[in-house]
Design a protein around this ligand. Sequence first.
Ligand code: AKG
Length: 315
Amino acid sequence: MTSCEDLSRHHLPLTDLFMQPTTHDQWSDHALSRQQLGHFEQHGFVSGIPVLQPEQVEVLREQLSRLMDPSHPGNPLFYEFHSNESQDPDTVLFHALGGWRIEKAFHDLLYCPRLRMIAYQLLGTAVRFFHDQLFCKPPAHGGVVSWHQDYSYWRWTQPMAHLTCWIALDDATVENGCLCYLPGSHRWGLLPISGLSGDMNAVEELLDSDQQAALSEQVAVTLRAGEAVFHHPLVMHGSHHNRTSSPRRAAVINYAANGVWSHPATLEGPGSESFPILPEGQPLGGNFYPLLFDPQRELAGETSQIPSLPSSLGT
Ligand SMILES: O=C(O)CCC(=O)C(=O)O
């Protein structure tokens, strides 16, 4: 039981943290260029995108510190909550899913217009919220996030038409464990789950020799607080330790194209018990999977001026 209101029933912003565009021009101010879309297609990610103002980062940090407290009255609303996913006190990884149900700024982050617009461009069709995540590494003993592909955890939703947005709430640097990518690995196909914490290179035994060699060509994506990187559901990514004297905190939003449906037979991985799973064949929708961007509604269908990638759903 929780004494906190479940914000998932609200499918509109609850605060004025994010001003909503009212015209087509205002929406297009948020759009990625064709060149940025091309980078995503080629490498599997596009980075360095300013999405939050410093005041918005500040509000999110403040609410994050409340969310990280296991005695928060809304804590039972998390889908998953790990104060330290690695179990090892020397390599701490705070990881939680579901903050959007509990604190208003994290709820309203879903409605950040730039995030909604870019998700539409990269998915190429109407966008649904899939879930959110918080990944925080404390100073001095922050743990790794092992190399992985996001979709390996999401096979219970079909077909693959998903997207991740990772938002830095602190400057993310090589020293404090920013995200790293293996460019082009989104063309490797889907690999099995090999774990998210503890051993950075656990995936190595699943890779062929060319893929193992690609590990030495990893690209570290450094970001300023308030900037984001978007990545493909199959691109291999992970992050190293934080041994600095400051925390490295991030908020993540995971999206699915409208029309993606539930296939619980292939459910696996952490959190499967508490995640809001829909019956077989049911398209994502309802309280937990709100529609975040509908080009018919937001742009009155006038999409030709805004570049987007082809939808893998063919819509
Ligand atoms: O925050 C991190 O270091 C990892 C994040 C991640 O793996 C993801 O967003 O898919």
